[in-house]
Design a binder for this molecule. Structure first.
Ligand code: DAH
Length: 356
């Protein structure tokens, strides 16, 4: 009978030098392959007599089982090692380089966010209205009757749909949001309404689409001095300056009485504008006390309620604050411009930190 003890020792010795899948395969072949030691011994069994064959076969099967077990355990061990090594060395970085890959916030969006932040702190809420508006809301309800000269001045875009026999319009200003809000809500009201507006005009200082923000306060006592204080706080916060010379110039709007336009002082230094002080004036907004007819048109009693309204152009505010000289560049979608004038997305304006 074969010395199985020696064979077993050899198996253990050979196995101890297995260190890779290749050497494990060699080990397997050297014992269990066609010409492997165990396989050859199995073949030799046929030449033995029945008793010896049985005895030797038993021993060989035990060894074969042991070898298979060793191979199986080692194989798992090596596979795991290989997988870990792969995980370690083949890392894929799925993160983006935030600085270089992200887009920027457009100055219009930034200024709207800043305006909302300031008025939000003064207890105004943000109202919205549609860009396709009825002629009634855009003009008539705002005390601008059909033959009123202000209608011509607005260079209105008309659209094909109608309301009450009148063609609808692309709103020429954000003021119709006043009407919608007063129809929806009883005073006290304190709202701002930022949004897109449209006029059929296109030259260096006009684009067919531009942005405005409307303001409206209706209650029982707000007066012109409240309007003045509110706008002063707004303009100082917006231009981030504690000194801001401003003047109210008498003006005319159909939906306010009295009406005023507000100018702020500035100085020119080279081609830079210094906002806040100086001998020159820039117009920044229109405002006034809400006309009693407007209140009547939305069923608010003008003997009980009163208030003020204001409206300003977002592009103009953005140009003044951020030194953008050409209005039309806002809408060119030139990526270099966007990158230069744009803002970091995560730096949302806050009056607790700096606005911009
Ligand atoms: N809607 C006016 C315009 O587009 C701006 C305006 C002026 C709005 C005075 C107002 C206001 O609310 O009181 O020119």
């Amino acid at each position: 009978m074969q010395n199985y003890k020696d064979l077993e020792k050899n198996i253990e010795k050979d196995f101890s030098s297995v260190s890779s899948l290749e050497t494990l395969q060699e080990f397997r072949l050297s014992y269990l392959g066609k010409k492997g030691k165990i396989s050859l011994l199995m073949k030799e069994l046929s030449s033995l007599d029945a008793d010896q064959r049985k005895e030797n076969a038993e021993q060989l099967n035990i060894l074969k089982g042991k070898i298979l077990e060793l191979i199986d355990t080692k194989d798992n061990e090596l596979q795991e090692l290989i997988l870990n090594e792969k995980l370690e060395t083949e890392k894929i970085d799925l993160t983006l380089n935030v600085e270089s890959k992200q887009g920027t916030i457009h100055p219009i969006t930034q200024v709207i966010d800043e305006v909302i932040e300031i008025f939000g702190d003064l207890d105004f809420f943000v109202a919205e209205g549609p860009e396709v508006e009825t002629d009634y809301n855009n003009f008539t309800a705002l005390n601008t009757s059909e033959n009123h000269p202000a209608r011509q001045m607005h260079d209105t875009f008309y659209v094909k749909t109608e309301t009450d026999g009148m063609p609808n319009v692309l709103r020429t200003h954000t003021s119709p949001v006043q009407i919608r809000s007063m129809l929806e809500q009883q005073p006290p009201i304190r709202l701002i309404a930022p949004g897109k507006t449209f006029r059929c005009d296109n030259d260096q200082t006009h684009t067919p689409m531009f942005h405005q923000v409307e303001g409206l306060v209706i209650d029982e006592e707000s007066n012109m001095s409240h309007l003045k204080g509110c706008l002063e706080i707004f303009l100082k916060s917006f231009f981030e300056t504690s000194e801001l010379k401003m003047r109210f110039r008498p003006s005319h709007f159909p939906f306010t009485e009295p009406s005023a336009e507000v100018d702020i002082a500035y100085t020119r230094k080279g081609n830079q504008l210094i906002i806040g002080d100086g001998k020159e004036w820039l117009e920044v907004l229109g405002c006034g006390m809400v006309h009693p007819n407007v209140l009547r048109n939305v069923d608010i009693n003008p003997d009980q309620f009163q208030g003020y309204a204001f409206g300003m152009g977002i592009e103009r505010l953005a140009m003044l604050k951020y030194g953008i000289s050409d209005l039309r560049t806002f809408f060119d979608n030139d990526l270099r411009w966007n990158k230069h004038y744009g803002f970091q997305p995560l730096n949302t304006p806050s009056i607790l930190r700096d606005l911009s």
